[in-house]
Design a protein around this ligand. Sequence first.
Ligand SMILES: [Fe+2]
Ligand SMILES: [Fe+2]
Length: 305
Amino acid sequence: MSLRIVFLGDIVGGPGCKAVSQLVPVIRQRWGPDLVIANAENAANGTGLTPDIYKKLCARGIDAITLGDHVYKKKQIVQTLQSESNIIRPANLSAGASGKRWMSVKPGPKDGQENPGGQEGPGGPGIQGVQGVYVLTVLGRIFMNMPANDPFATVDGLLDELPERDPIVIVEIHAEATSEKIAMGWHLNGRVTAVVGTHTHTPTADARILPAQVDGTGHPGIGPGGTAYISDLGMTGPHDSVLGRRADRVVSHMTTNMPFPFDVAEGNPRVQGVVIDIDTGSRRATAIEPIDLAADVTKPPFANG
Ligand SMILES: [Fe+2]
Ligand SMILES: [Fe+2]
């Protein structure tokens, strides 16, 4: 049997949330995913996530939510991180950081009308033989402002901690440096189902299923293959911008060194991410395909239509 997962890149501000409302139903209809996961670290006006926006995203068809270095920028999200089963913080933060380091999300019905929820959520009929899809995210350490523990050792430790042996695991590497993301892909190749990058808000053209080691050199770290990989999912938000912020403001700042408020932009809202097909028997990925859809701003919820 197969399982299909959609993972969307960082949702940015109101335009990103509206794009989710308009286009996740389209994604559900066109690709028929069993799960839709999204990074929502920029959903609250560009920085962080609030409980209200969390609820709206879940109601609009996002089954599970991850966060990155902006995890605690809206501190009220801490209660949501503690109480809800379908939202996680980066796993390699300080030991006392609030929130879960991994979640198990149950695949639900394909009609997109219900949120299957997390491991303790209402769930749907599920997919035969699949208890849950484990999702975890780690921060990179290169060119990142937020101090974090070794992401490679953190994932290795979590894989040993999970209650199932060799389950379906999706690992998000939220990092600035492409090299660190690619290294994570090879590090986990054949041991997890997918490794997807976020944080840079710009989709990369390197989506593929990582191959098995075939050169016979015996070099470690290449793995037995079968892990879907992309360096960055892109951004669910306004693309006539600098990473979601008003381009005029960012350009003014960068050309003068003067402070300018980096308000969230509005133009060209898009939904970007990938669709991943998984063989539930082997727990390995069989396909990964980018998604890049433009919202129609003449229609709801951008306009009254
Ligand atoms: Fe982001
Ligand atoms: Fe980030």
